[in-house]
Design a protein around this ligand. Structure first.
Ligand code: F2R
Ligand code: MG
Ligand code: MG
Ligand code: MG
Length: 306
């Protein structure tokens, strides 16, 4: 398989946005309800008839990608400015993230809000859902990859489990961006070697043995990083050759469907390239000022700066 870097960068950003936008239709619904409505992934995708709109996951990813494309690295102040410039509350942010960004907007001490709103900081999946551009940009620079993923998490997520989730998604995106052939054992060995906590080490060991939808469901579908990052990674590894299966299988788990599909879609798109995203979905992705065409162009800008 030969996929160009441009196709991978575009595939990851658009794959994230499409997963987010499709999953956003079903956020917080139960797996039972979704399984009654849809017989499988194909019927889920065929259900989409009109425009699909992305949520905070893509909105914050755009902020990160803009900073990388402009600065060549994640720096705290430009990142905060980009979060504020891209802040559209109606996209549905986590409540902790909302408070931190509003403090940035007001010029107040956002660091204090980030570490005090939740005890020890947020372990939500908000840092992991937006980190894909770091994985793309530093895919061949292991020394900076994890440090930059941490840096991209910090303004809103200071809890170690929130940061580690972002580092693992960044490492997964980086690995597949370098790969022409998916080697499952290597992939999980590398990710497990990056784990700092026993919690993620255990979950990724489970993910490495996930070969069925039932096992995928057992990894979790929640808004916490630990309850969604391993699931998204496992869904990609379950169907590495299909973008549609990768995002469809996690959406059908219910729960935090937009974020599960955003993270899984970013990994799959980086591996398979933009052509692997079903035309039916990509055609319907929003055409707003920061919609489909902007994302494609942003991916190309990111590659030019890389
Ligand atoms: N927030 C949502 N969806 C909810 C509904 C939105 C609705 N449709 C609307 O229009 O308003 N989605 C987005 O939030 C998730 C990412 O969240 P993020 O950025 O991590 O935010 P936050 O608030 O920091 O963390 C999320 C929740 O996790 C729990 N939590 C985190 N740390 C905690 C701690 N230390 N102690 C206790 N609980 C903690 C809290 O419930 C947080 O609110 C994505 O799903 C994105 O799509
Ligand atoms: Mg969202
Ligand atoms: Mg979500
Ligand atoms: Mg470089």
């Amino acid at each position: 398989m030969s996929v160009s870097l441009e196709e991978r960068f575009q595939g990851s950003l658009l794959g994230l946005a499409v997963g987010d936008a499709l999953g956003g239709r079903f956020e917080a619904q139960s797996a039972e309800h979704l399984r009654q409505r849809f017989s499988g992934v194909e019927s889920l995708i065929n259900y989409v008839a009109d425009e699909i709109w992305y949520t905070d996951d893509t909105q914050m990813t755009i902020a990160l990608a803009e900073v990388l494309a402009d600065q060549g690295e994640i720096l705290e102040q430009p990142l905060c400015a980009a979060f504020v410039a891209n802040y559209v509350p109606s996209r549905g942010y986590g409540r902790g993230a909302r408070m931190v960004i509003e403090a940035m907007e007001e010029g107040e001490g956002y660091q204090a809000v980030a570490s005090k709103h939740f005890p020890g900081g947020s372990y939500g999946n908000g840092a992991a859902m937006r980190v894909a551009p770091v994985g793309l940009f530093f895919h061949d620079n292991e020394a900076r990859l994890l440090e930059q993923a941490r840096q991209s998490a910090f303004p809103t997520h200071v809890h170690p489990l929130g940061i580690e989730g972002a580092q693992l998604i960044a490492a997964a995106v980086a690995y597949v961006t370098r790969s022409d052939e998916f080697k499952r054992d290597d992939f999980f060995r590398l990710l497990i070697s990056h784990c700092q906590s026993e919690e993620y080490r255990e979950k990724l060991a489970m993910a490495s043995e996930t070969t069925s939808i039932e096992q995928l469901a057992a990894l979790g579908n929640g808004i916490e990083a630990l309850e969604s990052v391993p699931t998204a990674i496992a869904s990609f590894a379950l169907s590495p050759e299909s973008y549609a299966e990768t995002i469809g299988n996690v959406i059908l788990l219910g729960g935090d469907t937009d974020t599960l599909a955003a993270m899984a879609g970013a990994i799959s798109g980086a591996y398979l390239g933009v052509e692997a995203i079903p035309k039916r979905l990509l055609d319907r992705l929003e055409e707003s000022p920061k919609g489909k065409a902007y994302l494609r162009n942003l991916a190309s800008r990111l590659l030019l700066k890389y």
